[in-house]
Ligand binder design. Structure first.
Ligand code: APR
Ligand code: ZN
Length: 264
């Protein structure tokens, strides 16, 4: 690993060790080493099939018009079973360890794969929802998906236990509003943090991509770990970019933080 990356890893470890309230902000790039393709990276789902991205804009409207058809399609999609079988990779474990060490106070993720939780992260905000729950867009209630396995098996539409409306996956689709609770909590964390560790996101989807910008405006240090430069790099929102694989870089940062703590 060339010295500049090594120096940046040491610098990130010092910044994290000196931070009072660090928050991680992650995207699909943190899960590619778990076998889940990202969207816009070199071999991303949208990169390989732009038509698939266009189709994904229609899913929320389909749920509103015809929840039965939405459920038939959702259950047919192989995507959810790939997510359910995936395992956390060293990048997820590294962030969980930094939370354990009292450094990372929250992980705000755009991912729906629940791999941060599987890796042991406790305070995870799923900005785009997740596959483990169903959500009612009418009253906002969420329920564990397994509460409705019978309906799902019998191809009946799961109905909200609170208000009786049709439920959908707790996944936020394009054109669907971000649920108010996770929206507010995530922006609170972005405003509170003095360091944001941005891992594996192209930072082009709003309002999620606003989070590092809010952190920066409030004076936080923003550190990017990514394969490639992003608008956060170009607009100098990030203080520095550590270019490479999150699964290699994040565990090295944790190692350096431990060395700093031993010397204290
Ligand atoms: N290590 C470091 N960076 C990586 C790795 C890796 N192992 N794998 C991929 N990347 C980088 C890619 O180069 C890209 O810059 O991570 C970024 C992933 O960007 P996207 O695929 O756009 O994913 P994300 O930013 O999470 O997308 C945001 O868009 O499609 C919607 O709702 C979906 O939550 C998603 C949102
Ligand atoms: Zn309801």
């Amino acid at each position: 690993m060339e010295s500049s990356i090594k120096d940046l890893i040491k610098r990130a470890a010092e910044d994290l060790a000196n931070s009072k309230y660090a928050v991680a902000f992650t995207g699909a790039g943190i899960s590619t080493e778990s076998g889940i393709p990202d969207f816009r990276g070199p071999s991303g789902i949208w990169t390989r099939d732009p038509e698939a991205e266009r189709r994904s804009y229609e899913i929320f409207g389909k749920f509103l018009r015809n929840p039965k058809e939405y459920w038939e399609e959702a259950l047919r999609s192989p995507f959810f079973s790939i997510l359910e079988q995936a395992k956390p990779n060293p990048a997820h474990y590294a962030l969980a360890e930094l939370e354990e060490m009292g450094i990372i106070k929250a992980v705000i993720t755009q991912n729906i794969d629940a791999l941060h939780q599987k890796a042991g992260s406790k305070n995870v905000l799923e900005f785009h929802g997740g596959i483990t729950k169903l959500r009612c867009i009418y009253c906002g209630c969420r329920f564990p998906r397994e509460d409705f396995s019978k309906e799902i098996e019998e191809k009946r539409i799961p109905m909200c236990k609170e208000c009786g409306s049709p439920l959908k996956m707790d996944v936020v689709y394009f054109t669907e509003p971000i649920p108010r609770d996770v929206y507010e909590l995530s922006f609170e964390e972005a405003m509170k943090c003095d360091l944001m560790l941005v891992c594996g996101t192209s930072a082009v989807v709003y309002p999620a991509a606003e989070l590092p910008r809010v952190a920066k405006r409030r004076g936080a240090k923003v550190i990017e770990v990514n394969f490639e430069e992003t608008p956060l790099t170009h607009e100098m929102i990030s203080d520095y970019l550590i270019e490479g694989k999150v699964g290699e870089i994040l565990p090295k940062i944790v190692e350096e933080v431990k060395k700093l703590r031993e010397r204290q």
